[in-house]
Ligand binder design. Structure first.
Ligand code: ADE
Length: 346
């Protein structure tokens, strides 16, 4: 008796899981995720390129070529995949690198696609090598080559797949092999951190959707602490709204400051782990350089979490530097943490 295993696909409505650093993402996905290009603020260069690519593909009556989006978490990679599916009226099937455990998992996903479908693979850097190799011919020539059996009697069978578009996302472009990267013939796009003005627009739009009134100074305060990241901005907006609701007060700058201070988020958006990371470099390792593995052990964090979640923003702020010998804290960070006086000349 064999019960058929479901495909490792994620319902496209909740293709991201709740985790502390991502915040209450499910709710965000369904309610705050932009559903039109007009609502998708920022990333102008990517939007312009996608517009040309999608228009040209539509004129040729051909599915768009495979696309790869990379950049820190929360910048809208998944949202882009949903918008592309919406614009091309394609069905989006979402999965992730870690969900595809075996070659057979990928084979069943690919053979269950319909012509014109978009297959979205999040965290593609976590796909294992053997599975990656099955993906190459599927992406290049729409064929699935699988080996049946072992040893001298092993043989390869080749199946034709329906035409599909692979959209992949990763926070770690450096972990992708060159052969995989080169197969994204539609393009490889880097999502940038948002500007303060863009984050303010996102907060304004989200507040409208959530039905909360927010004044300009409250909006500016949330934006300042949002790590230039829409997901964080929406998370902080919701937590501030909670406090305003419980206090039966308006969503003012004071409410925002109180809500975010309670969450341990400081005036430039650093949380307790960011501060611990900086303090450990300064106090335990004399300001650095300190290797990533040593730093991760000292903080009891995964190296990947440090690289994916904490470092991009600290680098963006100029609070740490990456050198060949490890991570170094900057004077700017020391000043922010009060580890160095503004007038001290050293
Ligand atoms: N949520 C995630 N990314 C967004 C964007 N670029 N604009 C508006 N809301 C977003």
């Amino acid at each position: 008796m064999s019960s058929k295993k479901p495909l490792p696909l994620i319902n496209s409505q909740d293709s991201e899981q709740i985790s502390p650093e991502k915040g209450d993402v499910n709710f965000l996905d369904q309610t705050l995720r932009p559903t039109s290009w007009n609502d998708y603020i920022g990333q102008k260069n990517i939007k312009d390129n996608l517009h040309i690519l999608l228009t040209a593909a539509a004129e040729r009556k051909h599915p768009p070529e495979h696309l790869l989006f990379y950049g820190p978490p929360g910048l809208g990679k998944t949202t882009l995949a949903h918008l592309i599916a919406h614009e091309t009226r394609a069905q989006l099937k979402a999965t992730s690198g870690p969900a595809i455990e075996k070659v057979g998992d990928l084979a069943s996903i690919l053979t269950n696609l319909s012509p014109g479908d978009i297959l979205f693979i999040d965290e593609i850097h976590r796909l294992n090598k053997a599975i990656e190799e099955v993906l190459y011919p599927a992406m290049e020539s729409g064929s699935l080559d699988i080996i049946i059996g072992k040893g001298p009697s092993a043989r390869t069978i080749q199946l034709d797949l329906p035409q599909f578009t692979l959209i992949a996302a990763t926070t770690r472009i450096a972990l992708l092999s060159a052969p995989l990267r080169s197969r994204f013939s539609g393009g490889v796009f880097k999502l940038e951190f948002y500007t303060n003005e863009e984050i303010e627009k996102i907060i304004e739009r989200s507040a409208k959707i959530l039905g909360v009134k927010i004044d300009d100074s409250a909006k500016a305060e949330i934006a300042k602490r949002s790590r230039f990241t829409p997901r964080t901005a929406n998370y902080l907006l919701k937590r501030s709204r909670d406090l305003a609701q419980v206090r039966k007060s308006a969503l003012t700058k004071e409410t925002v400051m109180e809500a975010l201070n309670m969450l341990g988020i400081d005036e430039v958006g650093l949380n307790a782990t960011d501060r611990a990371l900086l303090t450990v470099i300064e106090e335990k390792f004399n300001g650095g350089p300190v290797g990533l593995n040593t730093l991760a052990a000292a903080l009891s964090e995964e190296q990947a979490t440090i690289e994916d979640v904490y470092e991009p923003y600290l680098l963006q702020l100029g609070f740490i530097e990456r050198t060949s010998r490890g991570r170094v804290i900057t004077d700017r960070a020391k000043m922010h943490l009060g580890l160095k006086s503004k007038n001290k000349l050293i």
